[in-house]
Design a protein. Structure first.
Length: 549
C-alpha cells in the first residue's frame, strides 16, 4: 500500500519532470530544497498544456479523472487548456481475475456455481473497475463491472493530497483563488465518492429505464440486483459500436445523422422533461446496437433539475436559439446569476456579438457548441459566477453537439432544438396538471378577494374604536372605501370569468370523457357567460367609471 508521504514524492517527481518545479515551490518551498525531491528540469519544447495532460496521465486514474472534470470548466479555464485536457485517456492495465475473485464471490458465492460461464479476460478496463462478460444459468448474457481491489483507499489518498495542494496554492497564488480551485476539488471529491458506489449507478439505470420505457430506439441496461452490490454491478450485456463510429453504424444499416438526432432528442427529454440527466456523454459511454438502438452506459454521474428550473433552462436554450439577448440575461438572473449594473451593457454587447456572429455565417461552418461555450467565458470575464447545475447542463449539451457534428457534419442544432422545445412548452403549459394547478391558485385568489371586505371592515372598525390612530379626513376615508369596493367587484368578476374558462377547459382536457350533446352545449354556454362578463367589465370600465370620475 502506498503511503501518503510516498505518494507526495511521486507527485513531486512528476511535476519536476514536466517542468512544473515553480508550482511545487509555491505549494511547498522546502520541497524543492530537499534532495529527495530535487530534480533538474530538462528543456521541453512541448506546450505547457500538453505537459499538464501528460503529467496527469502519468500520475494515474485519480488525476486523469480530475483532469477530465477540469475539461468541463469552459467558463474558468483557457480554451487551449480545455482542448488539451479533452485528450485525456485512461491507460489502465487490467487486474488479474484471481485478484477480483474475492469481491465477486462476496456477492455471488463460488463463481463456477453462480454462473454458467464466466469470461476471465476483461472486455473493458477503467480506473475504478473493469468489465467481464458472463452467462447466467438461464442463458442470459451479462456484463459484470467489478471494482479494483483497494481502489477506494488509493483514491482517498490522492483526493486528500489534491485538496491540500489546492488549499496551499490558493493561499499563495491569486489566480488559483480566482478559479476557486478548492471548490473544484471539493466537487471532484464528491463525484469520486459517488462513482465508488455501484449501487448508485444501478439505481440511476433503473430510473432511466423507467423514464424511457415508451421511447423506441433508446436503451439502458437492465440491472440484475441479485448479483450486485456497492463494489460489483451485474447488468444486461449490450453489444454494439461506439456512437462516434460512423462507418460501423452504416455497416449495421443505419444513418449516423438519424442516430445523432435521436441521441440529441434523448438528452433534451432527460433535461427538460424528466429533470434527470446523464452527466458523462462521451463517445465511450454511448453504443449503437446491431438493431439500431442507442444505448447509454456508465451511469454513475447524473444531475437533477427541479421542475421550476427546467422551465428557466428551456427559456435559456430558446433565447440562445432565437438570439434573444434580453431573454437570455433575464433568465440568467432568475437562475441566480448576479450581473452588476455597471457591467450590464457590456455583457449584453458581448453576448449579442457571440450570438450574432454564429447567426451571420453559413450554418454549416458554425459549431454551435463553441457558441454555447463562449457565453460562460463572457460571464467569467466580468467575474460573474454561474450555478453548477447550469454549467453541467451547458457542458452536456456541448458534448452531445460535438458527437452530433462528428457523426454528421450537417447536423443542425437549431433545427433540431426549436420545434422540440416549443412542443415541450405547449405540452407543459396546456397540460391537465398545469390547468389543475392554475384552478387551485384561482380559487385561492377568489377566496382572498372575498375576504377583502371583511379585512377592510375590521381595519376601519379598529380605526374608529381607537385601536389604530390615523389622522385622515373623513371624506378621504369614504373615497378610499368606495374605491376599494369598486376594485374588489372588478377583481371578483374577473376571477369568476377566469375560473369559468379554466373549469370548462378542464372538462375539455379531462381524459376518458365521451362528449354527449348536453355536455358540449354546457361547455359552450360557460364560455359565452365568461365572454359576456368580460365584455360587461370592459364597458363598465371604459364608459360608466369614466363618467363618474
Amino acid at each position: 500500500m502506498v503511503t501518503r508521504l510516498t505518494r507526495y514524492k511521486q507527485i513531486a517527481d512528476v511535476m519536476m519532470n514536466y517542468g512544473f518545479g515553480i508550482v511545487l515551490d509555491e505549494i511547498d518551498p522546502e520541497a524543492t530544497r530537499r534532495k529527495v525531491f530535487f530534480k533538474k528540469a530538462k528543456p521541453d519544447e512541448r506546450s505547457v498544456y500538453e505537459r499538464i495532460r501528460l503529467g496527469l496521465e502519468e500520475l494515474g486514474p485519480t488525476f486523469v479523472k480530475f483532469g477530465q472534470m477540469l475539461a468541463s470548466q469552459t467558463d474558468r479555464l483557457p480554451p487551449e487548456m480545455i482542448k488539451e485536457l479533452r485528450k485525456l485517456h485512461e491507460h489502465v492495465k487490467p487486474v488479474p481475475f484471481e485478484e477480483l475473485r474475492p469481491t465477486i464471490e462476496s456477492y455471488t458465492g463460488p463463481v463456477e456455481e453462480a454462473f454458467a460461464y464466466f469470461e476471465k479476460k476483461p472486455i473493458a478496463a477503467a480506473s475504478i473497475g473493469q468489465v467481464h462478460r458472463a452467462v447466467l444459468h438461464d442463458g442470459t448474457i451479462v456484463a459484470i463491472k467489478i471494482q479494483r481491489p483497494d481502489i477506494g483507499d488509493k483514491i482517498a489518498t490522492d483526493t486528500v493530497i489534491i485538496e491540500n495542494m489546492a488549499s496551499r496554492l490558493e493561499k499563495v497564488n491569486p489566480m488559483a483563488k480566482a478559479y476557486n480551485l478548492t471548490g473544484l476539488v471539493g466537487d471532484f471529491t464528491k463525484m469520486m465518492r459517488k462513482e465508488l458506489d455501484y449501487v448508485t449507478e444501478g439505481k440511476n439505470a433503473d430510473i432511466f429505464r423507467r423514464n424511457f420505457r415508451d421511447k423506441k430506439g433508446i436503451k439502458f441496461p437492465k440491472i440484475y440486483w441479485e448479483y450486485s452490490g456497492s463494489k460489483m454491478l451485474t447488468m444486461e450485456y449490450i453489444e454494439g459500436v461506439r456512437v462516434d463510429n460512423a462507418d460501423g453504424i452504416r455497416i449495421y444499416g443505419y444513418e449516423p445523422k438519424e442516430i445523432a438526432s435521436r441521441g440529441f432528442s434523448a438528452y433534451l427529454k432527460m433535461i427538460f422533461e424528466d429533470g434527470f440527466f446523464h452527466l458523462d456523454p462521451h463517445p465511450g459511454n454511448l453504443r449503437v446496437t446491431p438493431y439500431g438502438d442507442l444505448s447509454f452506459l456508465d451511469l454513475g454521474a447524473v444531475a437533477i433539475i427541479r421542475p421550476e428550473r427546467r422551465d428557466l433552462f428551456i427559456r435559456l436554450l430558446l433565447a440562445i436559439i432565437d438570439n434573444d439577448v434580453d431573454m437570455l440575461i433575464e433568465t440568467f438572473q432568475k437562475l441566480g446569476v448576479t450581473i452588476k449594473e455597471e457591467y450590464m451593457e457590456d455583457v449584453k454587447d458581448e453576448i449579442y456579438y457571440t450570438l450574432f456572429d454564429s447567426e451571420s455565417v453559413d450554418i454549416s461552418s458554425v459549431n454551435p457548441g463553441e457558441t454555447i461555450e463562449e457565453i460562460p467565458r463572457v460571464l467569467n470575464k466580468y467575474d460573474i459566477k454561474i450555478p453548477d447545475t447550469l454549467m453541467s447542463l451547458l457542458k452536456v449539451i456541448v458534448m452531445v453537439l460535438d458527437i452530433g457534428v462528428k457523426l454528421s457534419p450537417d447536423f443542425n442544432f437549431y433545427e433540431e432544438s426549436r420545434p422540440y422545445l416549443r412542443e415541450i412548452i405547449e405540452h407543459r403549459y396546456l397540460s391537465k396538471k398545469r390547468l389543475k394547478r392554475s384552478t387551485s391558485s384561482m380559487l385561492d385568489g377568489i377566496d382572498g378577494v372575498l375576504k377583502l371586505p371583511k379585512i377592510i371592515s375590521r381595519t376601519l372598525n379598529n380605526i374608529s374604536t381607537g385601536n389604530i390612530h390615523v389622522d385622515i379626513v373623513a371624506d378621504d376615508v369614504k373615497e378610499l372605501s368606495h374605491t376599494i369596493e369598486q376594485a374588489s367587484d372588478k377583481m371578483v368578476l374577473g376571477l369568476v370569468a377566469s375560473a369559468l374558462v379554466i373549469g370548462a377547459s378542464l372538462v375539455i382536457f379531462s381524459a376518458d370523457i365521451e362528449y354527449t350533446s348536453w355536455l358540449l352545449y354546457f361547455t359552450i354556454v360557460v364560455y359565452v357567460i365568461a365572454f359576456a362578463l368580460g365584455i360587461a367589465m370592459l364597458v363598465k370600465f371604459l364608459f360608466y367609471d369614466k363618467k363618474k370620475r
